[in-house]
Design a protein around this ligand. Sequence first.
Ligand code: SF4
Length: 341
Amino acid sequence: MEVPVNKFDYQQAANTHEASVLVTGNDRANFIAGGTNLIDLWKYNVTNPALLVDINRIKENKTIEEIEGGGIRLGALVSNADTAYHPLIEQRYPLLSSAILAGASGQIRNMASNGGNLMQRTRCYYFYDAEVPCNKRHPGSGCPAISGYNRMHAILGHSEHCIAVFPSDMCVALAALEAVVNVSDANGTRSIPFEDFHRLPESTPEVDNTLKHGEFITSIDLPSNGFSSNYAYLKIRDRNSYAFALVSVATGLALDGDMIREARIALGGVAHKPWRVKAAEDALRGKPVTETSFEQAADLMLEGAQGFKYNRFKIALAKRAIIRNCMMSLHPELQKPGAQP
Ligand code: SF4
């Protein structure tokens, strides 16, 4: 096999405008912050940038601060570790802390940026093997995962073109919290509701999200309600550390006594984006906090689920995980580090 030669240019951007202009002007340019996924993709010859625009010297987007309306703004360049351990996040958004700390390893969380977490790509084995077809790498070449080894793959929202899942833990919590992604390019800024940021594969699985080339994530806003009284994040995986989710669940509940006033549930490891079903959350409103209520919501969350040869088990697993996590959210003290679930 011929070993590819990786020739590339490298520039440090002084501000977001300059970074965006540099990337917009080159179809094969990439931003780099922590680089924890980009370097993997590069080593596997899945990507081969001609220009790396380093955004680490940019002074903005490096803080976590309160914003008007009572929410919190997470700078895109703050590391995952600094976010998870920030006092405001631990106290007001413990669901987000729990989800971040369930992901990757300590070393990776120290390097990985918040913006990069949203931009990471699927860990589908075939996507990382540049010698085999893959519609996400080479549109139109086929999807070997559909008839191949698909244990980690999607059970919801997949298409005949791609059955990959989005691998982030942090983003499952951000979906449940209804975060907003602030982005910027040379022409201005816009804000994207979290549910509209990532996309399903449909006929264009090569497109992971709704960012335009050259657009840059500057920050992520968390609404004021962090569901800090009743929350839980459950990640089910093949080993207890440094593994991607087979199924994960983020739950936030607001209660009036034993009745549910508001519910948020998001799933990870099951689709091309964090999976939410508003009908399931609506169905919980006004219901008692019982296993029966959560079982009905789980059935709505999984309506239309379809597995493949090696991942059908995920449908039953996801149902049990949703019910268990909703019950766990009634006892958030069990989420504390060192507590036994
Ligand atoms: Fe490629 Fe998607 Fe198929 Fe994986 S599931 S091989 S990423 S097209």
